[in-house]
Design a protein around this ligand. Structure first.
Ligand SMILES: NC(=O)c1ccc[n+]([C@@H]2O[C@H](COP(=O)([O-])OP(=O)(O)OC[C@H]3O[C@@H](n4cnc5c(N)ncnc54)[C@H](OP(=O)(O)O)[C@@H]3O)[C@@H](O)[C@H]2O)c1
Length: 305
């Protein structure tokens, strides 16, 4: 079996590549810079093919003779948008996924899998949910058999979000700084569990035509995530909450500065709920048993020491 993965060098993509190559799937990774990708990720048993979302012909060429294509692309600096250089949810998440889905159809790929996110909704007021909703629509209407996977907050040894918490716990001595109340509800999902699910969707038919929300087995708050992390690191300390009314004006000002530093939208993105409804995933994949947050974090915390 041959599979093309757009975004295969990313956090989600790398884990999916590893899960597929473990099953002897012949994987090609679409990347904007094949030489850099081969240098940076020599441990991926995949071939690297150069292509950019803005080049439809390159996308088609990369997908010819593939049995399936996976789309897990996101703009650099996400979730802080940079409209001047086309790094926005609508341009990359929606426009990029549309280009990929159309290219897959032109190349005759029989099956496409899109990594969306919980909350995807074409009519949402939040641009990131709207962009994902529009991308899902493009995937559903492109022609090939499709599966849509909507992960909640994904963590693992190579993530950028939980690792930031781990660093803050280690480096700041007396308190943990938290943006907002820390009360948002999340179903944290271990990266390896997501990768196995995507692999099973690619290799079988159970996820065909399904929208699969996927998260971990428990709904917990961001503060609980921080407290568990502190306990496992044996560095417990108070959480100091910076209220949103205080942080938002600063985020707005930073958003006006050059560079992709932060923005008010990114603040909203980072402080929102992210709860997956596992019903459809459990119906299609009854053996899917994602790990609890504490168990999974404990299993790799030493690796990132
Ligand atoms: N991380 C999470 O917790 C999470 C949760 C739910 C949903 N998701 C969704 O999962 C997807 C992947 O997220 P991630 O965290 O893995 O992202 P990531 O680590 O930032 O990876 C982004 C990937 O997109 C590729 N890319 C960016 N611009 C491109 C372009 N113009 N042409 C071709 N490729 C391009 C990059 O490849 P090169 O740099 O090699 O070109 C990279 O492999 C996103 O759609 C995200 O919304 C993520």
């Amino acid at each position: 079996m041959r599979v093309l993965i757009a975004g295969g060098t990313g956090f989600l993509g790398r884990a999916i590549v590893a899960a597929l190559t473990d099953r002897n799937v012949d994987v090609s990774v679409l990347t904007r810079d094949a030489a850099r990708a081969a240098d940076t990720y020599p441990f991926l048993s995949a071939s690297f093919v150069e292509g950019n979302l803005e080049d439809p012909d390159a996308l088609v060429a990369a997908m010819v003779d593939m049995d399936a294509a996976i789309f897990t692309v996101q703009f650099s600096g996400y979730p802080v948008e940079a409209p001047a250089v086309g790094r926005t949810f609508l341009e990359v998440d929606t426009g990029g996924t549309q280009s990929l889905a159309y290219a897959a159809n032109r190349a005759g790929v029989p099956k496409i899998i899109y990594l969306s996110g919980v909350g995807a909704d074409v009519s949402s007021k939040r641009v990131w949910y709207q962009a994902k909703g529009l991308a899902e629509k493009a995937v559903q209407e492109a022609g090939p058999t499709w599966s849509i996977i909507r992960p909640s907050w994904v963590y693992g040894p190579d993530d950028v979000s939980l690792n930031r918490f781990v660093n803050l716990v280690r480096k700041i001595p007396f308190f943990f700084p938290q943006l907002g109340p820390g009360s948002q509800q999340i179903t944290p999902l271990f990266i390896d569990d997501l990768a196995v699910l995507v692999r099973d969707v690619v290799l079988g038919k159970r996820g065909d035509g399904a929208i699969l929300e996927v998260g971990g087995p428990e709904t917990i708050t961001l503060d609980e995530i921080v407290r568990t992390t502190m306990r496992l690191l044996e560095r417990e300390k108070p959480i100091l909450h910076f209220p949103l009314w205080l942080v938002r004006p600063a985020a707005k000002v930073i958003g006006w500065l050059p560079g992709q530093l932060f923005s008010a939208d990114a603040l909203d993105f980072l402080t929102q709920d992210g709860v997956a409804d596992l019903a459809e995933t459990s119906r299609c994949f009854p053996n899917f048993r994602p790990q609890k947050f504490e168990t999974a974090l404990k299993s790799y915390l030493e690796v990132i020491s």
